[in-house]
Ligand binder design. Structure first.
Ligand SMILES: *Cc1c(COP(=O)(O)O)cnc(C)c1O
Length: 325
């Protein structure tokens, strides 16, 4: 199996103080446009779709600045698959940073109001969409379904060839990525690693059930339960895409020290959790902790556009700065 992303050790005075080794699995560098876990999760989904001759397109869901919508639009463009994005919001959002790229890559945007968007998992609503877009394969928000797991599991297979480690940390939204890591750790590791998910959503304890449901039917069935994964729900920092100015400064400082850009919505919250856990003495001396950089750097474009971030401090990946449309 080929290695998709490198592993890079990072340095910080705090790591030395606590005698820890910390590395980053650079999934943000997998691809210049689609970064990280959304690319991994889409692999199995698009491969499935391409094999079914009855399917002629793909449909998925997201907010108007969604990393998933951005990655999904590009992946479908690259593979010549017609695609529809069911977007929470109004048609005027189509000019924003994320959706103008999605349109540029040929995605058809289907806007729905918040109330309708909340029904994105209701069978009735899905049936309506299916009749409107017959032969389109419906992929849930974030790309998190069973088909997503094998692509994420490959991260563990790559790590097995790259390094020895004790703990792997990942930010968590829908839980699909953590589920894929759990399945992969059963499949590809000779011993269980500690898998630590950092939830970026407020009140995310319900995710435990979602994750259990995703992993229950997969490899776990053959190889037993993984007993060493945790979902930490106290690091949401106020909720999805919210952060205090103190946290903002802490993430920026961490980025400066390590030389890697962690964005404040997902991977930045993992960084805040890491720093807090280290300070509390959560990790044992000598441990090697790997941070999964899940990418999502396109979101910086939308945050700069909305003045939530300053362009003095942040920039979007080069491949995304010059829309040619
Ligand atoms: C979507 C996303 C996540 C969360 O992944 P889930 O599989 O939904 O838990 C983490 N990081 C980034 C950058 C993302 O875009």
């Amino acid at each position: 199996m080929s290695i998709r992303s490198t592993i890079q050790q990072i340095h910080h005075p705090l790591f030395d103080q606590h005698q820890l080794k910390v590395s980053v699995k650079r999934d943000d560098t997998i691809h210049p446009i689609i970064s990280g876990n959304k690319w991994r999760k889409l692999q199995g989904n698009l491969a499935y779709l391409t094999k079914q001759s009855s399917l002629k397109g793909a449909l998925s869901f997201g907010g108007s600045y969604s990393n998933h919508i951005h990655a999904f639009a590009y992946a479908c463009f690259e593979q010549g698959i017609p695609c529809v994005g069911v977007i929470r919001g109004e048609a005027e959002y189509a000019n924003n940073f994320t959706l103008s790229w999605a349109l540029h890559w040929g995605m058809k945007l289907h806007f729905v109001d918040r109330k309708t968007y909340r029904r994105r998992q209701c069978p009735e609503f899905l049936a309506e969409l299916q009749s409107r877009y017959p032969n389109y394969f419906i992929i849930p928000e974030g790309g998190s379904n069973q088909l997503a797991l094998s692509g994420v599991a490959e991260i563990i297979s790559e790590l097995a060839q790259q390094t020895e480690y004790d703990t792997l940390m990942t930010p968590v939204g829908s839980g699909g990525t953590l589920a894929g890591l759990i399945v992969g750790d059963k499949q590809f590791s000779s011993r269980e690693h500690k898998l630590l998910g950092i939830s970026v959503l407020k009140g995310a304890d319900y995710l435990m059930n979602d994750i259990e449901a995703l992993i229950s039917t997969q490899a776990i069935e053959q190889s037993g339960n993984h007993s060493n994964w945790r979902l930490l729900s106290q690091y949401h920092g106020g909720g999805y895409a919210k952060f205090s100015s103190a946290d903002y400064e802490k993430i920026l400082e961490f980025n400066k020290i390590t030389g890697i850009t962690f964005e404040p919505i997902y991977s930045g919250k993992m960084v805040l959790a890491l720093v807090d856990l280290i300070t509390q003495g959560y990790f044992g001396a000598g441990e090697h902790i790997v941070l999964l950089h899940t990418g999502g750097l396109q979101s910086l474009g939308g945050m700069i556009e909305r003045n939530l971030l300053s362009s003095d401090d942040w920039s979007v990946p080069a491949a995304l700065t010059n829309p040619s449309n």
